[in-house]
Each structure stands twice: as structure tokens, then as C-alpha cells.
Ligand binder design. Structure first.
Ligand SMILES: Nc1ncnc2c1ncn2[C@@H]1O[C@H](COP(=O)(O)OP(=O)(O)OP(=O)(O)O)[C@@H](O)[C@H]1O
Ligand SMILES: [Mg+2]
Length: 283
């Protein structure tokens, strides 16, 4: 499979703080890459750097062979890269239908397909006139995902969309992601439900303090007991079924020293205007 996204030796900083360093990876077209690791290791920063929310301080990023690390976010979006950032990427004061129409409009409506979204998320059709901010947490996550895929992106980047969802809804969310994968969409997934992520993924990348600690197939993690223990909270990620996780939720992960020094950032984002797959269109 040819590379759809390629990072070469990428470094990203917040001021003097180096959040990503020497990061090189490839996301082949049609594959799912799961980006894992404890809190504060740079997973969100990596997605932000790829989607143009922040510029890398060095290195090179290409999307389908086109250099994107020097492009503004709206141009990267137009190339077919959708990013669902941490927190819910919706307009809470607009209706479900208006949220979907705005997402479709941002791509000139050419690729927008309400029918496809209604098929994947029947509940959104029944709630289409409801104000988005009054949807349940799970429904809001579905709307975030629907807004991203209505543009028919070539690469979908998802940052902890399962956050705060009940286990049953997490299972549903992963079923939907699997359908999106089966349709041929390439996915870069940041996820705390490690076992679900590994079932969906073709490639796993584990980050540690802003650097790549492991790249391989999910099955290879079975031989990496210490690594799994150290970076994924000893969840025996590659070996067992997702049963325990489905019942109990994800295993708590250790805080890295990076996040410990930066102070606790809230995991749940406050309500209010949120990021979007169409960042530039929301100014
Ligand atoms: N806007 C910012 N300014 C300064 N430092 C930041 C900023 N955003 C993130 N960081 C720091 O950069 C590091 C990486 O953060 P990032 O959000 O990428 O981690 P993460 O792996 O997504 O963590 P989590 O699993 O908690 O979401 C952390 O130490 C964090 O405190
Ligand atoms: Mg994050």
C-alpha cells in the first residue's frame, strides 16, 4: 500500500518545550494506524501538527506526496484530511442538521452526503432538528464523527472520540469506525481504549515523551510485554480480547513526566464553541 501520510523527523514545540522529536512514520492508504501512549506524550500534538493547527519546527510532512507542513490548515483540509480534535467538534447552539450542512458546505457541498451519514448514524436523522448542545454525550460524539466523514476525507484523524462514553457506546463507536475503514477511508486514531484500537488497527505507534517508542503490527506487541507494561498501563494489550475493557472501561495510564511538569490539563473539555474539522471556516 502506498503511503498516504508520511512524517519525516518531525519536531514540534510549545515555546521552548519540545513536545515531539524525531518522529517519523507512515500511514499507508487504506490502513488504520493507532497512536497510543500515556497522557502527555504528544499524541494530540502530532495530530495538530499534521492538520496544520500548529507548524512543526523541523521535519517534513507529506500527504499523498504533497508537502503539507508549510500549508495552512484550510488548505490541508481541502486535500482530504479531516481532524476531529479532542473534545467535541460541533456547534452546540445549532441544530444537528445545521451542523451537518455546515460541514458539507465547507467542502463546497460536492462530496457531502447526508444519506450516507444517516445510514451510519440513524439516530442523528431522528434528531436532526434538535439543538446539538442538547444531544447526549454519545450523540454529540456521533455528530462530530458525522461532520468529519460527510466531507468524505481520504484521511480521518480521530483524537480520543470515546472519551466519557459508556462502554456500550464505545463498542458502537468502534463498529462505526470499522465501517468507515471498510469503505476504504484511511484512519489515524488516538485512543485510550487500547484493545479496541488494536483490533481495528493495522499499525500501532507508541509514543513516549514525544518520541516514537514502537512501530509495528498489533500482533507484534504480544512479544513486547515490558513495553506494553511501561507505556500502555500493563493492559496486555495485544493478547486478550476486549472483554475486560468493554466491561470496566480503559485501564488507567501512567502520567508521563512531560505531563506531570506541565500541570494537569482537564481530560474533559468544557462545553462551548469547540474545535472542528473545518477550523478555518469557524472563525
Ligand atoms: N498549548 C500548549 N502549551 C504548552 N504545552 C502544551 C500545550 N499543549 C500541550 N502541551 C504539552 O505538550 C505535551 C504533549 O501534550 P499532548 O496534548 O500532545 O499529549 P497527549 O499525548 O495528547 O496527552 P493526553 O493523553 O492526556 O491527551 C504535554 O506535556 C502537554 O502539557
Ligand atoms: Mg491528547
Amino acid at each position: 500500500m502506498r503511503p498516504l501520510l508520511r512524517l519525516r523527523n518531525v519536531e514540534s514545540r510549545y515555546g521552548a518545550f519540545v513536545a515531539l522529536q524525531h518522529v517519523s512514520l507512515i500511514v499507508p492508504e487504506g490502513s488504520v494506524l493507532a497512536l497510543l501512549g500515556p497522557n502527555g506524550v504528544g499524541k494530540t500534538t502530532l495530530l495538530r501538527t499534521v492538520s496544520g493547527m500548529m507548524a512543526p519546527t523541523s521535519g517534513e510532512i507529506t500527504f499523498d506526496g504533497v508537502r503539507i507542513d508549510d500549508k495552512p490548515d484550510f488548505e490541508i483540509t481541502r486535500l482530504g484530511l479531516a481532524h476531529i480534535p479532542e473534545g467535541r467538534a460541533i456547534f452546540p447552539t445549532l441544530s444537528v442538521r445545521e451542523n451537518l450542512m455546515m460541514a458539507a458546505y465547507a467542502t463546497d457541498g460536492i462530496n457531502g452526503s447526508l444519506a450516507r451519514v444517516n445510514e451510519l448514524f440513524p439516530v442523528l436523522e431522528t434528531r436532526r432538528d434538535q439543538i446539538a448542545g442538547t444531544l447526549s454525550g454519545g450523540e454529540q460524539q456521533m455528530l462530530s464523527l458525522a461532520r468529519a466523514i460527510i466531507t468524505r476525507p481520504r484521511l480521518l484523524m480521530v483524537d480520543e472520540l470515546s472519551l466519557g462514553l459508556a462502554p456500550r457506546l464505545v463498542a458502537q463507536l468502534f463498529d462505526t469506525l470499522d465501517k468507515i475503514k471498510q469503505e476504504g477511508t484511511t484512519i489515524l486514531l488516538v485512543e485510550q481504549y487500547v484493545r479496541y484500537a488494536l483490533r481495528l488497527a493495522d499499525i500501532v505507534v507508541i509514543l513516549h515523551k514525544g518520541q516514537v517508542a514502537f512501530i509495528g503490527e498489533p500482533g507484534e506487541l504480544a512479544h513486547e510485554g515490558k513495553l506494553v507494561e511501561a507505556y500502555l498501563g500493563g493492559s496486555q494489550a495485544a493478547s486478550a480480547t476486549a472483554e475486560a475493557e468493554e466491561q470496566e472501561g480503559p485501564k488507567p495510564r501512567r502520567r508521563s513526566s512531560a505531563s506531570a511538569t506541565s500541570g494537569a490539563r482537564p481530560k474533559r473539555k468544557p462545553a462551548g464553541p469547540r474545535g472542528s474539522t473545518r477550523r478555518s471556516s469557524q472563525a
